[in-house]
Ligand binder design. Structure first.
Ligand code: MLT
Length: 409
C-alpha cells in the first residue's frame, strides 16, 4: 500500500496565494463587469528592462545556430553571470563573496524552500511571525514540526513581529539552530539596522547556528548606507546563507532567475560535532536535483549588470517605490497605522479587524485585492499587506476606491 507523507496533512490544503487567486476568480466570475486592481501577490507588472530583452533575443538567436548552440549548462550557473553577481552585488559593497559561492537557480521561493533539505530534522528553528509562508510550510513538510495548534506549529520558535517591536524579530532567549530572516521583510516591509544584524551574526556564531537570510527585496533599499547583504557584517560568512532574486529586482517573476550564496566557511555539524561544508552539501543537492537555468535567461540576467541594465532596473524600482509612496500617503490620510513601503514594495497595514474580512470588504466594495495578513502567521490576523507592484494609475484608482469603500464601511 502506498503511503502518504503525513507531514503534508498538517498543512492547510491550499497555499496562501493559491487560495487568494481562487477567491479572485470566483469574484470575477460573479462580477464580470467589475475591474479588479491587484495589489495582492508581489508580482511584477512592468516589462523587462530593454537591456535584458536585447540580451535575451541575442541568446535565443545563438541557440538557433549549431555553432553557438548550448545544451546542458553548469548546474550552478554560467560563470559569466556568477562573476557579475559577485562583483556588483557583493564585492562592490565590500562584502566578500566569490563567483564559485553563487548558485544560480530558477527562484528564491524554491531555494528558500529547498535549503532545509540538507539540514538534520532534529534541529530547533526560529521563524518570524508574520513571514513568507514558504519557510514554515517546507519545514512542516520535512517533519520538523508537530501539529498546528491555535495558528502555531509545535516545535517552531516564533519570533513575533508587532508594532511593539517595530515589526523586527528579536533574538530568541534560548539557543536555536536555524534562523530565518528576511530584510526588507516580506510581508511587513520592515528593514534591519546594521547593529541588529551584527547581533544576529554574533548570536549565530556563539551558538553554531545558521541564518537563512532572504534578501529578495534588497533592490528596494533607497538608502545606500543601509545594509543590503548579510555579508557586509563581519563573521557572517561562517553562519549565513543568502537568497537573492531577479524577480523583484528586474521583473523576472515570469522569466525565472535567482541565486543563493553559500560561503565556503559556512558549516553544519554532525551528531559527533564534526563540521561539514554547507557549500559542498548544497552543491551536491543542487547538481543532483537541478539542471541549471536556461542560457537565454542567464544572459538576460547578466544584462541587469550592464550600464543600461542598471539604469533601467533602477527606473523600474523607482516606479514601484512611487506607488508605495502613494499608498503610504493614503494610509496617513486615512489614519491607518502601517510599516514598510519606504525601502520595500510592501506596506503592512493594521486593519484593526479580521484580515480575511477586510480582504473580502476591499474586494467586494472597491474591487481591490490585498493580501490578508493571517496568511503570513498569527500576528498578521488583523493586518493586510498592500503591494506596490502595479502601474501608478492603477494604484491611484485603487487608493480612491479604498477611500470611498472605507467611508461607508
Ligand atoms: C509575495 O507576494 O509574497 C511574493 O510574490 C511571493 C513570492 O515571491 O513567491
Amino acid at each position: 500500500m502506498i503511503k502518504v507523507n503525513e507531514h503534508f496533512l498538517k498543512l492547510q490544503t491550499s497555499y496562501l496565494f493559491s487560495s487568494i487567486s481562487q477567491k479572485i476568480s470566483d469574484f470575477a466570475k460573479d462580477n464580470p463587469h467589475r475591474e479588479i486592481i491587484r495589489l495582492g501577490i508581489g508580482d511584477a507588472t512592468r516589462a523587462l528592462p530593454p537591456a535584458c530583452i536585447a540580451a535575451f533575443h541575442k541568446a535565443v538567436d545563438e541557440m538557433g545556430q549549431d555553432a553557438s548552440f548550448r545544451g546542458y549548462g553548469p548546474e550552478q550557473g554560467y560563470l559569466f553571470l556568477r562573476e557579475k553577481i559577485a562583483e556588483n552585488d557583493f564585492q562592490a559593497r565590500g562584502a566578500e563573496v566569490n563567483a564559485d559561492e553563487i548558485f544560480v537557480s530558477d527562484g528564491a521561493k524554491c531555494d528558500t524552500g529547498n535549503f532545509q533539505e540538507i539540514l538534520s530534522n532534529d534541529i530547533t528553528i526560529a521563524i518570524p511571525d508574520p513571514v513568507y509562508p514558504v519557510y514554515v510550510d517546507t519545514n512542516v513538510m520535512a517533519g520538523r514540526t508537530g501539529t498546528v495548534k491555535d495558528g502555531r506549529f509545535e516545535k517552531i520558535v516564533y519570533m513575533e513581529c508587532t508594532a511593539t517591536n517595530d515589526y523586527i524579530p528579536q533574538i530568541p532567549e534560548e539557543p536555536v539552530d536555524l534562523i530565518y530572516l528576511c530584510f526588507p521583510n516580506n510581508p511587513t516591509g520592515a528593514t534591519v539596522t546594521r547593529e541588529a544584524l551584527i547581533q544576529w551574526v554574533d548570536y549565530a556564531r556563539k551558538n553554531k547556528s545558521l541564518i537563512l537570510y532572504d534578501a529578495a527585496y534588497e533592490a528596494f533599499i533607497r538608502d545606500d548606507a543601509m545594509v543590503k547583504s548579510i555579508y557586509e557584517i563581519p563573521g557572517a560568512r561562517e553562519v549565513a546563507v543568502e537568497f537573492r532574486s531577479f524577480s523583484k529586482t528586474a521583473g523576472f517573476t515570469g522569466t525565472r532567475c535567482a541565486f543563493t550564496v553559500v560561503p565556503k566557511e559556512c558549516m553544519a555539524y554532525d551528531s559527533a560535532g564534526g563540521a561539514h561544508s554547507l557549500h559542498t552539501l548544497w552543491n551536491r543537492r543542487h547538481s543532483t536535483k537541478f539542471n541549471g537555468v536556461s542560457y537565454p535567461v542567464q544572459k538576460a540576467a547578466e544584462a541587469v549588470y550592464s550600464i543600461e541594465g542598471k539604469k533601467e532596473t533602477a527606473a523600474i524600482i523607482s516606479g514601484y517605490l512611487s506607488n508605495a509612496d502613494r499608498i503610504r500617503r493614503e494610509m496617513d490620510e486615512l489614519a491607518y497605522d502601517y510599516v514598510g513601503g519606504q525601502h520595500s514594495p510592501y506596506i503592512w497595514i493594521d486593519a484593526k479587524t479580521d484580515s480575511w474580512e477586510f480582504f473580502d470588504m476591499l474586494l467586494n466594495k472597491a474591487g481591490v485585492v490585498c493580501t490578508p495578513g493571517a496568511g503570513f502567521g498569527r500576528c498578521g490576523g488583523q493586518h493586510i499587506r498592500l503591494s506596490a507592484f502595479n502601474s501608478y494609475a492603477n494604484v491611484e484608482t485603487a487608493m480612491n476606491r479604498i477611500r470611498e469603500a472605507l467611508k461607508d464601511a
